[in-house]
Write a protein that binds this ligand. Structure first.
Ligand code: NDP
Length: 285
């Protein structure tokens, strides 16, 4: 497929339509006398990016009619204080989803894995609890991590038939790359999972009918590597030298070769938030 603006996979628009659908479902619950779904957000420290992410998530709650219970702790609150908040939210019947914004402050002695494991798996909004990650591996129903779930929705929105496709994921984090590889595998893709020790990234990407970049290195994936017609999903959020927000894919060069491609911003980011709301609502059902 050749370059046109119409090969943009617009995550902002898709997320808006999902939020509208969620708002309707929440209104129907209210009409039926069912409880209002509630998301708890826990923010530790003063990392500016984390504050922006949490603010956007809270705004999205308001927009769809979901309750938000927000907890803010200082960077030096300590592991015990964070665990105590999580336990309190686990017990709160108004809360159906709990999100602890990561990363927790560095060099402050936090154990993120212990915090994630302390969340009631039935209230896990992010799908990071080890039981839910295990369920994903075994193909059992459970909350699915929001970013990979949003990526799958974007791929489906492109119309790409996944069965039998070569899918190449770059990045193997527990929150994006690894769960995404499992989701693609469950949809019968042949999955290649690349990382910093991959010897020939260009060759691996060149085989991808679907390419997902989740690295955090500005424009690492060159446009010339993209197989013509591939669906390209850019998860990365980086600032280039001019201070502009860019993804992990060299967008201008990749767009003419791609069948479909997500922009940064306006691609995966809004979908992540929509999936967070959806996970919380599904925990209530
Ligand atoms: P991590 O830092 O946890 O993981 C990065 C991965 O990229 C690692 O697996 C690493 O390999 C791999 N990597 C690093 N350098 C290279 C390289 N040169 N070639 C190939 N692979 C490489 O990041 P996250 O998964 O948390 O996030 C990735 C990006 O996505 C970030 O930019 C983040 O901001 C963004 N993000 C966006 C979200 C959204 O909603 N839009 C949500 C979550 C993340 P190794 O394992 O070998 O170290």
């Amino acid at each position: 497929m050749t370059s046109t603006a119409s090969n943009l996979l617009d995550g902002k628009a898709l997320a808006a339509s999902i939020r509208a659908e969620l708002a309707q479902r929440i209104a129907s619950l209210a009409a039926a006398g069912r409880p209002q779904p509630g998301l708890a957000t826990v923010l530790v420290g003063d990392d500016p990016a984390s504050h922006v992410y949490v603010r956007n998530k809270r705004r999205a709650c308001d927009e769809v009619g979901m309750a938000n219970f927000h907890v803010e702790l200082p960077a030096d609150a300590g592991q015990a204080a964070v665990l105590a908040e999580v336990q309190r939210l686990n017990q709160d019947p108004r809360v159906h989803g709990i999100l602890v914004q990561l990363p927790l402050p560095k060099n402050a002695g936090y154990d993120e894995n212990e915090v994630l494991a302390a969340i009631d798996p039935a209230k896990d909004a992010d799908g990071f609890h080890p039981l839910n990650q295990g369920a994903l591996m075994q193909g059992r129903p459970a909350p699915v991590p929001c970013t990979p779930k949003g990526v799958m929705r974007l791929i489906d929105h492109s119309g790409m038939k996944l069965k039998g496709c070569n899918a190449v994921v770059v990045g193997r984090s527990n929150i994006v790359g690894k769960p995404l590889a499992l989701l693609l595998l469950a949809r019968h893709c042949t999955v290649t999972l690349c990382h910093s020790r991959t010897t020939d990234l260009a060759a691996e990407i060149g085989r991808g009918d679907v390419v997902v970049a989740a690295v955090g290195v500005a424009q690492l994936v060159k446009g010339a590597w993209i197989k013509p017609g591939a669906v390209v999903i850019d998860v990365g959020i980086n600032r280039n030298q001019a201070g502009k927000l860019v993804g992990d894919v060299e967008f201008e060069a990749a767009q003419p070769r791609a069948g479909w491609i997500t922009p940064v911003p306006g691609g995966v980011g809004p979908m992540t938030i929509a999936m967070l709301l959806e996970n919380t609502l599904e925990n209530l059902s």
